[in-house]
Design a protein around this ligand. Structure first.
Ligand SMILES: Cc1cc2nc3c(=O)[nH]c(=O)nc-3n(C[C@H](O)[C@H](O)[C@H](O)COP(=O)(O)O)c2cc1C
Length: 397
């Protein structure tokens, strides 16, 4: 990131998770309720395991906020792990003699960090590496992303997401522009009353729910894809001046860094492969007084720069690696074959991964907004963004 810095720490079953977000301007009104809502959204969803029922995450501010507004200093925060009290022996910070320790985990799960991480750090208890690799580490990202969302919201940008595919079931299968299919009053657009899988196509969602139940019954897991949308992004975030300043590359890297995400598309994405140019590029609508396009196959980014259309990022999420009917594995300690270990786990994480996707997109866009428009205070930032909107959102003539 170019203007913001985010550092996070915390293990899945340790005492808690912490983060420091540096670079927010002074004067951002912070809604703690909004942050807690995003944390709850990260925990909600059909196919979630028991832990999500045990824990209700809440943010605890430690630094950088006074009277509900940012000070311009780093914002420090913590989210306690309510389950910690059940893990004090297995995750003890204090040394425990080897003969009194809980049993080590030695049978790695295929598809998870277990074997690669154990080999990298030279450990023989896989818990040493899986605790940090767990998606619990996305919790501080969601807190920081919620702050970024609030900053973006103060300049008119709105971010939302939905699940568009689960296993073989695709919502709006024939659609060229998936956004056109999402009703303007679909509740999740305004983050109200989420449906169980956060899919805006009720008929497809019903079939998706059946797929989740089938995977659960088989002791298996199931993946799919989610879409993150950012609306009213000012023209001009990112640049084509250098490879690492392109907005598409920045967003793709951040979304790809979500655990379990294996592919990222902007706009049509891989859909460009089998089309001719005339069916890929978006024509500026002659009838419109603004710079509106008649389609948004580019997903809101051309030449690495936001073009004013909604930014549309789609991510492929692999099925979780922890299976209740575990895959074959090899014991790290003895070399004997056996089954992978079982950790408390979800059948699908799609509706929750989408919320992490929103957080990553919000963080990247807030960072680029601050890079382009700067400002020590929110008043400076808002004024600069308004100036840009005045210049770019009206067509001459
Ligand atoms: C919100 C969320 C929750 C997840 N929950 C689980 C889980 O309960 N069990 C699991 O095995 N993987 C879970 N994952 C996925 C793993 O973190 C991921 O499979 C693992 O990091 C290996 O994937 P990688 O190779 O992409 O890192 C979750 C991912 C996300 C985004």
């Amino acid at each position: 990131m170019r203007r913001l810095r985010l550092l996070t720490a915390g293990e899945s079953h340790g005492p808690g998770l912490v983060g420091v977000l540096e670079g927010l301007p002074a004067g951002l009104r912070v809604s703690t309720r909004r942050v807690d809502l995003d944390l709850r959204r990260r925990q909600h969803g059909y196919g979630s395991g028991r832990r999500m029922q045990i824990e209700r995450d809440r943010v605890r501010w430690i630094a950088g906020i006074r009277y509900g507004r940012t000070l311009g200093s780093p914002v420090g925060f913590a989210v306690d792990n309510r389950d910690w009290e059940n893990w004090t022996d297995r995750m003890s910070v204090e040394p425990i003699p080897a003969d009194r320790r809980p049993k080590a985990i030695t049978r790695a799960r295929p598809g998870h960090v277990d074997l690669a991480g154990a080999l990298k750090y030279g450990v023989d208890d896989v818990r040493d590496v899986l605790e940090r690799a767990s998606a619990r580490s996305t919790t501080p990202r969601v807190v920081a992303g919620s702050l970024a969302r609030q900053l973006l919201g103060a300049t008119g940008v709105r971010i939302w997401s939905f699940v568009d595919q689960l296993g073989p079931v695709r919502a709006f299968a024939e659609a060229d522009d998936p956004l056109a299919c999402v009703a303007p009053d679909w509740p999740d657009r305004d983050l109200r009353d989420p449906s169980p899988l956060r899919c805006p196509d009720p008929e497809a969602e019903a079939r998706m729910l059946e797929e989740v139940d089938r995977a659960k019954e088989a002791g298996d897991s199931i993946g799919g894809s989610f879409v993150v949308v950012a609306e009213r992004v000012p023209v001009g975030l990112g640049s084509s001046a250098e490879w690492d300043t392109r907005l598409d590359g920045i967003l793709a890297g951040a979304v790809m860094a979500i655990p379990g995400v294996k592919g990222v598309e902007i706009g049509l994405g891989f859909g460009v492969v089998d089309r001719q140019g005339s069916a890929v590029h978006d024509v500026v609508d002659a009838a419109d007084a603004g710079w509106r396009r008649s389609s948004n196959r580019a997903g809101g980014i051309e030449g690495g720069i936001s073009n004013g259309e909604p930014i549309v990022v789609r991510a492929a999420q692999k099925p979780v690696s922890t299976l209740r009917s575990p895959l074959p594995s090899v014991d790290l300690a003895t070399g004997a074959s056996g089954r992978a270990h079982i950790e408390r786990s979800d059948v699908t994480v799609l509706p929750r991964a989408a919320i992490v996707g929103e957080a990553m997109v919000a963080l990247m866009l807030a960072d680029e907004l601050l890079y382009s428009f700067g400002g020590d205070s929110m008043a400076d930032l808002r004024a600069a963004v308004a100036r840009r909107r005045r210049r770019t959102e009206r067509r001459p003539g």
